[in-house]
Design a protein around this ligand. Structure first.
Ligand code: COA
Ligand code: ZN
Length: 324
């Protein structure tokens, strides 16, 4: 079976704009739930200004905790600038992601830089990260539409993607930050982008604002994309992009992929425990479109195994009766 690679971003994209402050310990426990379900790669936190995103103030502690408890988990962290990269390196991070928005206004709102400054800073961060021997991802945010400037020209997205690839990004992540994309456009853009970044280095980050997440994921798969960001329970959004709702839910993407001939390494039914744990942290119901169905599958599996055990017990007692 062909592999589909999923990076779960619920710890970063998911938690960054939640009102409830989540403790470091709870974040680590969430990661343990994800790993128990087969998640092999996460975006764990961001080394941004704690004034801008208070939820991520414990970034170094999260990274340290993951290294101690889940040393084989592939862990990326978001860095907005050189200062963020240096903090990440000091914390022992092995992979960083820069975030370059494709429009002027989105860069201003998100990282207080012009588009030109953001391009230069992102390229610098990528080069320095590579020189330090760590892996890199480069987000191209608002790659479909911008909440401030409307439709983002594809030609510009191509130029920026090529630029980040040339600067050393191991992976270029095309982000539908506000979840406004539709499948035909996803197919068109990813096919075009594959002419400037090799498909095995191209990734997509989808939001489910208009319920198009799974359809868009399928369009990306058809365009040859095999690397995806998704968020367990669909938790997500961006505090600086009005209208950005939850992410494409990991469980929905896994269900789609596993029933379409791809192997993700993730057990969607086991993800339910991670989602329930996140619900207990955030105090509200979570879950992608498939979550309720997955819960029923878990109940059925539990019932079947209880019945199985009961049957075995009956057989055992019958055997022991007959043998005496
Ligand atoms: N980590 C921690 N602190 C940082 C930092 C980083 N990566 N970069 C800058 N700072 C600190 C500076 O040291 C300075 O601190 P001080 O006020 O105590 O002196 C303060 O932040 C302002 O620095 P400045 O360089 O002027 O930054 P800014 O105010 O223009 O903000 C960002 C720029 C990028 C730091 C800020 O906009 C940010 O963190 N944005 C977060 C974006 C985000 O997470 N978006 C969601 C994900 S896409
Ligand atoms: Zn996002």
């Amino acid at each position: 079976m062909e592999r589909l690679y999923i990076t779960d971003v619920c710890m970063r994209d998911g938690l960054q704009n939640q009102c409830a402050q989540v403790s470091t310990e709870a974040k680590l426990a969430l990661a343990q739930h994800l790993v128990a379900a087969g998640v092999a790669s996460v975006e764990a936190t961001s080394f941004v200004s704690p004034k801008a995103v208070p939820q991520m103030a414990d970034a170094a502690d999260v990274v340290l905790g993951l290294q101690q408890r889940l040393p084989t988990l592939r862990t990326s962290v978001l860095v907005p600038n050189l200062k963020g990269l240096r903090r990440a390196l000091q914390a022992g991070c092995r992979e960083v992601a820069v975030v370059l928005s494709a429009t002027e206004e989105m860069n201003r709102r998100n990282i207080n830089m012009s588009l030109t400054q953001a391009r230069e800073e992102s390229a610098l961060v990528l080069r320095e990260a590579r020189a330090s021997g760590i892996k890199t991802r480069a987000y191209i945010a608002v790659a479909f539409d911008c909440p401030f400037e409307g439709a983002t020209p594809l030609d510009r997205v191509k130029v920026l993607a090529a630029e980040m690839y040339a600067a050393g990004a191991d992976e270029v992540v095309i982000a539908d930050t506000i979840g406004s994309a539709f499948p035909a456009e996803v197919r068109r853009r990813m096919t075009e982008l594959a002419t400037v970044v090799p498909l095995d280095r191209l990734s997509i980050h989808l939001h489910d604002t208009r319920g198009m997440g799974v359809a868009n994921a399928w369009a990306a798969i058809e365009a040859g994309v095999r690397r995806f960001d998704a968020s367990a329970g669909g938790i997500g959004g961006c505090p600086f992009a009005p209208g950005a709702a939850g992410n494409l839910a990991t469980e929905d993407l896994v269900l789609l992929a596993e029933n379409s001939g791809f192997d993700t390494g993730i057990n969607p039914v086991a993800l339910v425990s991670a989602i329930e744990f996140a619900e207990s942290l955030l105090g509200r119901p979570l879950g992608g479109h498939s979550a309720r169905w997955l819960i029923r599958q878990r109940e059925r599996a539990a019932q079947t195994s209880t019945e199985g055990i009961a049957r075995l017990n009956v057989q055992n007692s019958t055997n022991s009766v007959s043998s005496t």
